[in-house]
Design a protein around this ligand. Structure first.
Ligand SMILES: [Mn+2]
Length: 356
C-alpha cells in the first residue's frame, strides 16, 4: 500500500495576546477561545494518521497581528521590530497551541505551512518567521500569497479583494524611512483604525456576516450607530487619501467603492469558480470570508472552512450566532485531490470557562 498523503487546512483563528492578561483578568481583545479543541484535533490526527504524510496548512489570519493593545499602539504595525513584539505577545498568550504545533511537527512525516493573510501580513518579516521556527521547529513553510500544489489551490483570499491586496513586487518601503516599513493595503488600516474603533462600542462589529446585510440591519435596528459609523467611514476615506503609504493612499478610492460591492460575492464563490477555470486545479480552498462553504463548481470544488471565532450570521441559510470548528481534510490520491469539510466535536468536558 502506498503512503497516504493528507492535508489538514484551517483558517482564520485570529490568535491575539491570550484570553487572560498577566494579572489573570479577561482580555476583551482576544477573538480565539478554542485552544483546547485545537490541541485535541491535532493530537487526534497525529495519532490516527501516524503512518501518513500529514501536512497542516494554516490558511491565513491564523494570528491577529493588527489588533493592538493600547500599550502596543506606539510601535504600530509597520516595522519588523513591532511585528516581533506582537508575535512574542501572541506566542505567550497561546502556549498550548504553540506546544502542540511543536510536538506535531517533530516527525519528518509532518509539515506546517503558514499562509499569510490580511491580519498577519507581518509573517513576511524574516525575524517573525525566525521566532516561529524557534518556537515550533521541524519543517515550516511560509507562503506569501497562493499555495498551489497537487491540484489544490490554497490561498487566504484577501488578494482577491481590491482593498486588501498587497503588491508582491513591493512588500516593503525603504525610501525616506529610518527603517523599512510594510507597504500595507488600505483595508488593513480600515480594520485596524476604523473597524476596531467601532468594536469598542459594538464588540460584535467585526463578527457579523455578511457585511452588506449587517449595514441594512443597522439601518433598521441601530440607526444612530450606523450613521456614526458612516461618518467615520467617509472621514477615514478622506484622511487615508493623503497618506504617505502608497497602497493605503491608492486604496481609499477602492474603499469608497467597496461599500457598494460588499454584497456582490460575500462567499468568494464566483472568484473560486474563476480560479478553477483558469488554473490546472481540482480543488480551491479559501478562508477570509468567515463563511463556511463546500460547493461543486464547473471543473472542481470550492471549500472554505470559515473561522473558529464566533460569528453572527444574518443570512437565512445560517441565521444566528454560532461557533463552528470546521476544518478541511484533503486526501491526495493518484486520480486527484479529495477534499471534505468536517466539524470538530472533540471530547465532551464536564465544564469549560464561559465564552461569551
Ligand atoms: Mn482575512
Amino acid at each position: 500500500m502506498s503512503l497516504q498523503r493528507l492535508r489538514l487546512i484551517l483558517s482564520d483563528f485570529h490568535l491575539g495576546n491570550g484570553r487572560h492578561r498577566d494579572d489573570g483578568t479577561i482580555n476583551p481583545l482576544e477573538d480565539f477561545s478554542c485552544d483546547q479543541e485545537f490541541v485535541e484535533l491535532l493530537t487526534y490526527y497525529d495519532r490516527e494518521k501516524s503512518e501518513a504524510d500529514l501536512e497542516l496548512v494554516l490558511n491565513g489570519d491564523f494570528f491577529n497581528m493588527i489588533q493592538l493593545e493600547p500599550s502596543e499602539q506606539e510601535l504600530g504595525i509597520l516595522t519588523e521590530r513591532s511585528a516581533v513584539e506582537k508575535m512574542k505577545a501572541i506566542l505567550a498568550g497561546h502556549p498550548e497551541i504553540i506546544s502542540i504545533l511543536r510536538s506535531f511537527n517533530a516527525s519528518d512525516k509532518r509539515r506546517i505551512v503558514f499562509v499569510m493573510g490580511n491580519h498577519d501580513p507581518q509573517l513576511i518579516w524574516t525575524a517573525v518567521q525566525g521566532l516561529l521556527r524557534e518556537a515550533i521547529e521541524g519543517e515550516l513553510v511560509f507562503v506569501d500569497d497562493t499555495y498551489v500544489v497537487d491540484g489544490v489551490h490554497i490561498e487566504h483570499g484577501h488578494q482577491i479583494e481590491n482593498i486588501f491586496r498587497m503588491e508582491k513586487e513591493r512588500y516593503f518601503l525603504t525610501k525616506g524611512y529610518p527603517e523599512p516599513v510594510l507597504n500595507l493595503p488600505w483595508g488593513v488600516f480600515f480594520v485596524k483604525d476604523l473597524l476596531y474603533r467601532l468594536k469598542r462600542r459594538r464588540p460584535y462589529v467585526d463578527k457579523v456576516r455578511p457585511y452588506g446585510k449587517f449595514w441594512r440591519w443597522c439601518f433598521f435596528n441601530d440607526f444612530f450607530f450606523g450613521v456614526f459609523a458612516a461618518i467615520l467611514y467617509i472621514g477615514f476615506i478622506f484622511k487615508t487619501r493623503f497618506s504617505r503609504l502608497p497602497l493605503k493612499r491608492a486604496g481609499a478610492f477602492h474603499g469608497f467603492k467597496a461599500i457598494f460591492n460588499l454584497s456582490a460575492s460575500p462567499t468568494l464563490t464566483e472568484d473560486a469558480a474563476l480560479i478553477l477555470q483558469g488554473e490546472d486545479c481540482k480543488l480551491v480552498v479559501l478562508g477570509h470570508t468567515h463563511i463556511p462553504i463546500h460547493i461543486r463548481l464547473a471543473g472542481g470544488e470550492y471549500i472554505n472552512p470559515g473561522t473558529w471565532n464566533d460569528v453572527t450570521y444574518l443570512d437565512l441559510q445560517n441565521l444566528g450566532h454560532r461557533r463552528k470548528l470546521y476544518y478541511v481534510l484533503v486526501e491526495l490520491k493518484e486520480e486527484g485531490p479529495n477534499g471534505k469539510l468536517y466539524e470538530w466535536h472533540g471530547r465532551q468536558l464536564p465544564f469549560s470557562e464561559a465564552r461569551l
